[in-house]
Design a protein around this ligand. Structure first.
Ligand code: MN
Ligand code: MG
Length: 647
């Protein structure tokens, strides 16, 4: 019966073309940021949940499962680990060597890639040299060497789009030619973010404007399918000129069939995008267009499985299934009792060999001295107001922002610097403290100092908002009652990364009153204030005065719900990550010499003593807090040293 039907179809087809079904898998990597080897270079230890070398095996598996597939990368591949820095800066060691990212992508037979904003971090020459090694097309429709009056008269750094002529096999095993158009875009802010490296050699155009102009050209030139490599996240619904995260307006463009997204280091489909009009996280679509975003650092492979039908002379997308596969889950699927078997399928020897060479060279380099510190840098006593760990970061980011605000309208506003401790015990455990000895500093030491891959940003806010900012941070403490001994000092539910200290002010914290905010930021006692005697340059803080506050992009955009944050308050954002700024800060001087004294003091509470849970390693540094008459009470079950302090 079945055979007869096939026969009928063939007979029928001899008259005119019948519909034909083709399964085509589109694979995405994005925001690799030079994560090749499964390794965390800042912690100097393996991290099996990331890296292209392991992800390459997921690519191989995904390829074997289907008759037709294509592999794309969505940008931000050249910068982000010490491996990237090494190949960009240490040319004596790498002269003539191909860039390991390009070499790995060639080995993996990528079909096309687009450029992300971080491709420009090391300047144009380095980017050109690197992509010249690619054996696949590199496309970008809105990064320009010369901007014309209209998009079609622009001159581009790389071709705006490419037509990939491929042969696909249908469900009956027959081969068909197909022409797949690939176009790329990246945030136009590149020219602002990378102003120093690019020195005006590059112009950019709005992403929506560029795609809208070029897609009809691609169709005209024969594209059966148009894939948009958008190095851009899923953001506002409404198109505004030069918007950074433009996937929704991009999805509304006629002729775009599917979108590979990125830049915002998220996963799509995922719950993070539920409840956005036009976004369907069950089907993985944005405005009906299949869309995928596959995490960052090689954490995930993104898949769009298309069912295409050919009818008449054209191909139509009949159905699409969107998914992401993570390295972490892939590792779990293999039998853990057989470690070799677990490793083997996730280690692509070809890619591993390329990556291994770069890896070894870089390991040597991150263990090399980059500077020195005169004094130990630790976070053991940050809640008592003693911490060089926060002081170093505050000073480094303030110097960086001050340099960049020169010549802007914000140059003359008073500049302050907010920092929270990266590692200060808490839920992450008794080892979660910064502990750097006096002497040599390496790149690895900086990881101990600043664990988040944040960027520097600055917001504009009033004196009154600064006080609220500090109130939110001061809610990290429990209320301390007079004449009671050994009360726990810290609220264990309050995350240390929200304990913001503002350098540039001086202030005191009164722990005898309750916290104004809950650990998650609700105002529970609006009439209460723990923050006292706030001064700026030895004068009481003017609540109406305006300030610029250095912080990180995460905080500036509103994370933690601090007063005076949000996109309308941001006066400065830079693509350099805070750790890179720290590295330069350390390397620029003969030695780092930052005091442990923070800008705040705890006010005495009559007759009270408290218990601080700190690191056992703090024992050797008790002289830092001699004002509190510290007394070691022993080590608790979780490994924290219990330190009694008199307030
Ligand atoms: Mn990125
Ligand atoms: Mg990016």
């Amino acid at each position: 019966m079945h055979e007869n039907m096939k026969q009928d179809q063939r007979d029928f087809a001899s008259g005119f073309e019948i519909s034909t079904t083709v399964d085509l898998r589109i694979m995405e990597t994005t925001d690799l940021h030079v994560h090749l080897h499964p390794y965390d270079y800042y912690a100097d230890c393996p991290n099996p949940d990331l890296g292209l070398s392991r992800l390459s095996e997921l690519v191989d598996i995904a390829r074997q499962q289907v008759p037709n597939s294509l592999l794309f990368d969505n940008g931000d591949f050249l910068q982000g680990t010490p491996v990237g820095d090494f190949f960009a800066y240490d040319s004596s060691a790498t002269r003539g060597d191909p860039h390991p990212v390009m070499e790995a992508m060639n080995a993996l037979r990528y079909d096309a890639i687009t450029l992300g904003n971080h491709e420009f971090n090391y300047g144009l020459d380095f980017l050109k040299q690197s992509i010249a090694q690619a054996k696949f097309p590199v496309v970008s429709a809105n990064i320009l060497s010369h901007q014309g009056g209209v998009p079609l008269s622009d001159r581009h750094l790389v071709p705006p789009y490419q037509l990939l002529r491929r042969t696909v096999t249908d469900r009956a095993g027959r081969a068909h030619p197909i022409c797949i158009g690939v176009i790329g875009v990246a945030p136009p802010q590149i020219t602002v973010w990378e102003h120093q490296a690019l020195r005006g050699h590059i112009q950019t155009r709005d992403m929506v404007e560029a795609v809208r102009a070029w897609v009809p050209q691609m169709r005209e030139a024969g594209a059966d399918l148009v894939i948009l490599l958008a190095h851009s996240g899923i953001g506002p619904i409404r198109h505004t000129e030069n918007m950074e995260n433009a996937v929704i307006p991009l999805a509304m463009i006629d002729g775009v069939d599917l979108i590979l997204s990125g830049h915002s280091h998220q996963l799509f489909p995922s719950r993070a995008f539920a409840d956005i009009p036009g976004v369907d996280i069950e089907r993985g679509t944005v405005c009906g267009k299949p869309t995928v975003m596959s995490g960052f650092f090689g954490s995930h492979l993104g898949l769009i499985d298309l069912k295409l039908v050919r009818s008449g002379g054209s191909w139509d997308v009949l159905d699409a299934a969107v998914s992401t596969r993570s390295l972490r889950e892939a590792a779990r699927r293999f039998v853990p009792s057989e470690p070799e078997q677990r490793r083997a399928p996730l280690d692509s020897p070809k890619v591993r060999k390329i990556v291994e060479r770069a890896h070894q060279a870089v390991l040597e380099s991150i263990r090399q001295p980059i500077g020195k510190t005169k004094t130990p840098i630790n976070s053991f006593f940050v809640y008592l107001g003693q911490s060089a760990a926060t002081g170093v970061v505050a000073q480094a980011q303030q110097e960086f922002v001050a340099r960049h605000l020169k010549g802007t309208e914000f140059e003359h506003l008073p500049l302050l610097s907010a920092v929270s401790p990266s590692k200060a015990g808490g839920l992450a455990g008794a080892r979660n403290f910064t502990d750097i000895a006096a002497g040599v500093l390496t790149l690895r030491s900086l990881a101990d100092l600043y664990i988040y891959p944040n960027r520097v940003a600055a917001t504009r806010l009033t004196g009154a908002e600064l006080c609220l900012w500090l109130e939110r941070a001061a809610s990290a403490y429990n209320q301390v009652h007079p004449d009671i001994a050994e009360q726990y000092l810290m609220d264990s539910g309050f995350p240390g990364y929200n304990f913001e200290i503002i350098y540039g002010l001086n202030y005191e914290i009164d722990l005898s009153v309750p916290a104004r905010y809950s650990p998650s930021g609700e105002e529970i006692h609006p009439d209460v204030s723990r923050i006292r005697r706030v001064t700026w340059h030895d004068q009481p803080l003017d609540l109406d005065a305006e300030f610029v506050l250095c912080t990180n992009s995460f905080r500036a955009n509103g994370a933690g719900g601090f007063a005076g944050t949000g996109s309308d308050r941001i006066v400065f954002e830079h693509s350099a990550i805070t750790r890179d700024i720290l590295r330069d800060f350390v390397a620029e001087r003969a030695h780092v010499d930052v005091t442990a004294q923070t800008p705040f003091k705890l006010q005495p509470v009559a007759g009270a003593s408290a218990i601080l849970r700190t690191s056992v390693a703090a024992h050797a540094h008790l002289d830092m807090v001699s004002d509190f008459a510290p007394e070691v009470l022993g080590v608790d079950q979780r490994g924290f040293m219990r330190l009694k302090v008199t307030l």
